[in-house]
Write a protein that binds this ligand. Structure first.
Ligand SMILES: Nc1ncnc2c1ncn2[C@@H]1O[C@H](COP(=O)(O)OP(=O)(O)OP(=O)(O)O)[C@@H](O)[C@H]1O
Ligand SMILES: [Mg+2]
Length: 321
């Protein structure tokens, strides 16, 4: 059984112009110990999806369809106090902005103590030992247990969040650009630490990033999102080396090749569609150089074949209506 199973999930933001569909029919599975990366340009719904999975969405966002099962339990059906029991202990979340996630009025140590008290019967000494241990894992000196979030740099706050996320050795760690406030060297070193911990502890990772080199080095599978939908999902190497969806193509072309000669950064012309009034057919059709008539008329399904899934009429032709 999958550790995490997201099925046909829909999320809308209530806006003055009407409901904006930020996540649209997303389904994905995560196996124990697996690292799944999610990529896609800004605004395509990556953070909204992670928040929806972790049951952290607040108004004006709401889940309007689908389910999220963690270890067989439907998280959407849990009461807040039941959810609190799972969070930190079974799954934890590292937000895009660590400053917003840490409590500004409590020292880092006090926040770690709170999490331990809520979920374990550890005594003070055990809590202190474990707190120092997780800070060491992310290369923060135990002296900073006494520091308040505002006394730490952005990068240290992100690492403190990661330490907190690993505190109780959960089975799933959800991370939204956890290394974005770090320089390249610190990023690499933190990713290696996360990888080593994952190998030792066996937790799964759901990881949002803009950094394709992180994706290619650390993720087992890769999901490409566009306008709230997963448009391609498969083994990272496969999606990297032979992207099938034209949007994935454009995305991969936008990053310098890791192995081959550097190529010019082309990017993808145009902008994502309105989420309030989305196009009738394929969401990417207005920007797609290969779009056919059918693409503007019929919304393609995400079709699974040979372990990879693609949402594109070029790859999986349909009969015209
Ligand atoms: N509070 C809100 N009200 C209305 N729309 C929102 C709100 N928050 C986000 N959105 C919209 O939802 C869509 C998805 O946003 P989200 O933050 O999930 O994207 P993202 O992929 O995480 O982007 P980024 O890479 O910049 O972090 C965006 O188009 C955004 O404009
Ligand atoms: Mg985001």
């Amino acid at each position: 059984m999958s550790l995490l199973s997201v099925s046909d999930l829909y999320v809308e933001y209530e806006t003055a112009a009407g409901p904006a569909r930020a996540v649209s029919g997303v389904s994905l599975e995560l196996e124990p110990g697996e690292f799944l990366a999610i990529v896609g340009e800004s605004g395509c719904g990556k953070s909204t999806l992670l928040f929806a999975i972790a049951q952290l969405l607040t108004y004006p966002a709401r889940v309007v369809g689908g389910s999220v099962h963690f270890d067989g339990v439907d998280l959407t059906s849990l009461r807040p106090e039941e959810l609190r029991q799972h969070r930190w202990r079974d799954f934890s979340v590292v937000m895009q902005s660590a400053m917003n996630a840490l409590n500004p009025t409590l020292s880092i140590g006090a926040q770690l103590v709170d999490v331990c008290r809520a979920h374990t019967d550890w005594d003070e000494r055990r809590i202190a030992e474990r707190s120092a241990e997780v800070l060491a894992m992310v290369s923060i000196d135990a002296a900073h247990l006494k520091s308040y979030p505002f006394q730490l740099s952005g990068g240290m706050r992100q690492r403190a969040m990661i330490a907190m996320a690993l505190l109780l050795e959960p089975r799933l760690v959800i991370m939204d650009e956890p290394t974005s406030a770090l320089d390249v060297v610190a990023q690499r070193s933190l990713m290696r630490q996360i990888q080593a911990l994952r190998e030792r502890l066996g937790f799964s990772v759901l990881f949002v990033t803009h950094d394709m080199s992180v994706v290619s080095h650390f993720s087992d599978r890769l999901a490409v999102m566009y306008a709230g939908e997963v448009v391609e999902l498969g083994a990272t190497r496969q999606v990297f080396d032979r992207p099938q969806h034209p949007y994935s193509h454009g995305l991969m072309d936008a990053f310098p090749s890791l192995l081959g000669a550097p190529k010019p950064l082309t990017g993808i012309a145009g902008n994502p569609p309105s989420l309030v009034d989305p196009p009738a057919g394929c969401q990417f059709a207005p920007r797609c150089a290969q779009a056919m008539d059918v693409c503007t008329l019929v919304r393609p399904e995400l079709v699974q074949e040979d372990g990879r899934a693609v949402r594109c009429h070029l790859i999986h032709p349909v009969d015209r209506p």
